[in-house]
Design a protein around this ligand. Structure first.
Ligand code: IMP
Ligand code: MG
Length: 172
């Protein structure tokens, strides 16, 4: 039987998302920001986050895949969907569900710089530290964990559990 150990309650998520939205709104005050949600995991976090921002924002999505239906990374990144709007000379904020090895994000940061973005920062719901392999800098994180496979609030295991309103550590 799989075990679901609570990591973040709805209340904690709401409080953290509001807090981080305030910090982002202050950091980008009087600027225009393009949020790039990374599909699919970030869709719930992004939709809550944008509604709390008090600056002008545009939203776009990218889709990359690095994981198969497993809990460990394949280490390979495949670009499935690029940005559609023009990000040349724009401030860009990547919105991710979770940073693990950092391989996905370093690919994305390089890709967005190469596409002409004037600045690229990273906002993630969960910063998972133990397996980091790259020196990617997480600028905004709602919650930090050492290790464990997390699901819920957009995070999946083999595409399931994204719909759970809270975040759990899944023990298989
Ligand atoms: P990285 O390239 O190793 O940093 O992997 C990042 C991606 O792996 C995330 O965008 C997630 O889609 C997936 N991932 C990593 N850890 C977890 C987890 O604990 N739960 C669900 N997905 C995860
Ligand atoms: Mg994923």
């Amino acid at each position: 039987m799989s075990e679901f150990i609570p990591v973040l309650t709805k209340k904690e998520i709401d409080a953290q998302v509001s807090h981080i939205a305030q910090v982002i709104s202050a950091d980008y005050k009087d600027r225009e920001l393009i949020l790039i949600g990374i599909l699919k995991g970030a869709f719930i976090f992004l939709s809550d986050l944008i509604r709390q921002l008090s600056i002008p924002v545009k939203v776009d999505f990218m889709c990359v895949s690095s994981y198969g239906d497993h809990t460990t990374s394949s280490g390979r990144i495949k670009l499935i969907k690029d940005v559609d709007i023009n990000i040349n000379n724009k401030d860009v904020l990547i919105v991710e569900d979770i940073v693990d090895t950092g391989v996905t994000l370093s690919y994305l940061v390089d890709h967005l710089h190469a596409s002409g973005a004037s600045s690229v920062r990273i906002c993630t719901l969960i910063d998972k530290r133990e397996r980091r392999e790259t020196d990617v800098r997480v600028d905004y994180a709602c919650h930090t964990v050492d290790k464990g496979f997390l699901v819920g609030y957009g995070l999946d295991y083999a595409e399931f559990y994204r719909n759970l309103p809270e975040v759990y550590h899944l023990k298989l």
